[in-house]
Design a binder for this molecule. Structure first.
Ligand SMILES: Nc1ncnc2c1ncn2[C@@H]1O[C@H](COP(=O)(O)OP(=O)(O)OP(=O)(O)O)[C@@H](O)[C@H]1O
Ligand SMILES: [Mg+2]
Length: 377
């Protein structure tokens, strides 16, 4: 799939923009603070319903304006799609081919994107929630049922934690009600763990391949699902539910004392190792960056195998940071088959690169003060 056209109105510092994109490489060049990330954010929003930088939609509207609009025309293998996303005051309206969506989450799966930015180093260096989010977002984009499942699980967890807090102050505890919430939690939680393990089984093979490619075969990446319930790939969904229920029972006293749920997929993690070494603890900055890139490349291939089409790749500020070898590996993967939007402040490297590449495969845009203009194609 690729984005053929983008229309932006009053989106952050971009007032009125109409862009025709190249189906392969698109470079957005500009100094700091000109609007490059804003543009990628708008595209990301159309795929996930959320910005990667804020959860307040009102921040996306240009200051002193009362509404913002993003429209995309997307070309897929068998059909075209028009998506429009309007944010007005506290409301948002999403339309697909002029039909308003009842649920925002129905947007997911229409456009698939992978965003890679320096922030992604958090997947490697940050806490477990960063790694869970990486995996969950990947699964949600190709499986909208999983997105709903996550939302349901979060809701149940919140309700159960509320109940635990309420019970904390009560002499007589309503354990039957707690059991009802535990059953619901274990049911949804088991489906989440089951799906994560299934997807991870494929993702780890692809990530291992990507890591070997990026390091000329020197580094073997291994990803393990670090499950607080000690679930393994061999377990069936029903077995996972029973193990989860047993654990909840076992921890009930402690949960009542602490006022929150102590086990479940919301506390799981991914363990990343290269040649047996924990990358988060001992990896060099370069190794950590390479693993982050490897994971994104694995995600790309996984999305293709799950949805049948390559997603759109958004590279924010990372291209010029890669060394020559990794940059060439990345370009060989993108080849002619993946639409990519690349932002950079560095014109020199890009000009050299464009000279080498077939010019019909790439377009160059300049970004200045929120105005985006096509420089050459
Ligand atoms: N709601 C808004 N209305 C108007 N301008 C905004 C809004 N939100 C952010 N901006 C401005 O948008 C500008 C551009 O931000 P953006 O993050 O896109 O820059 P950038 O080109 O990616 O820069 P860098 O190279 O430093 O990453 C910032 O200077 C910021 O002040
Ligand atoms: Mg930026």
């Amino acid at each position: 799939m690729y984005i053929e056209k983008i229309v932006l109105k009053n989106y952050r510092n971009i007032d009125n923009t109409y862009l025709n994109l190249n189906s392969n490489l698109n470079f957005f060049i500009g100094n700091n603070g000109q609007g490059k990330t804003n543009l990628l954010e708008a595209v990301y929003l159309m795929a996930t319903t959320e910005s990667h930088r804020t959860n307040k939609d009102s921040e996306l509207i240009q200051w002193n304006k009362d509404r913002a609009l993003v429209q995309l025309k997307i070309i897929k293998t068998n059909f075209d799609l028009k998506i429009s996303y309007r944010i007005e005051n506290r409301n948002k309206l999403i339309k697909i081919n002029n039909n308003p969506l009842e649920k925002m989450s129905d947007l997911i799966g229409n456009l698939n994107v992978i965003l890679f930015s320096p922030e992604d180093l958090k997947i490697i260096k940050g806490g477990p929630s960063n790694r869970r989010k990486f995996l969950d977002l990947e699964i949600s984009q190709v499986n909208s049922y999983y997105y709903h499942l996550m939302k349901e699980y979060e809701h149940i967890l919140k309700q159960k934690n509320k109940l635990l807090k309420k019970m904390y102050y009560k002499e007589k505890k309503d354990l039957d009600l707690l059991e009802v919430w535990n059953d619901k939690l274990a049911d949804k939680g088991a489906s989440i763990i089951f799906k994560r393990l299934k997807v991870l089984k494929k993702l780890k093979i692809l990530a291992r391949l990507a890591q070997r490619k990026l390091t000329s075969g020197n580094e073997n990446l291994n990803i393990e699902y670090d499950c607080n319930l000690k679930i393994e790939e061999k377990h069936k969904k029903e077995e996972i539910k029973n193990i989860f229920l047993r654990k909840l029972k076992e921890k009930q006293k402690e949960e009542l004392e602490r006022g929150y749920t102590l086990s479940g997929p919301h506390r799981d993690d991914l363990k990343l190792k290269i040649n047996g070494m924990n990358v988060r603890k001992f990896g060099s900055q370069g190794q950590q960056r390479t693993v982050a890139l490897g994971l994104k490349l694995a995600e790309l291939e996984l999305m293709k195998s799950e949805s049948g089409e390559y997603p759109v790749l958004l590279l924010d500020d990372v291209f010029s940071e890669l060394d020559k070898k990794r940059r060439n590996t990345l370009l060989s993967i993108i080849d002619d088959k993946i639409q990519t939007l690349i932002t950079t402040t560095d014109t020199e490297d890009i000009t050299k690169l464009l000279k080498k590449k077939n010019s019909s495969n790439s377009c160059l845009f300049k970004v200045k003060d929120g105005i985006i203009t096509k420089a050459c194609c």
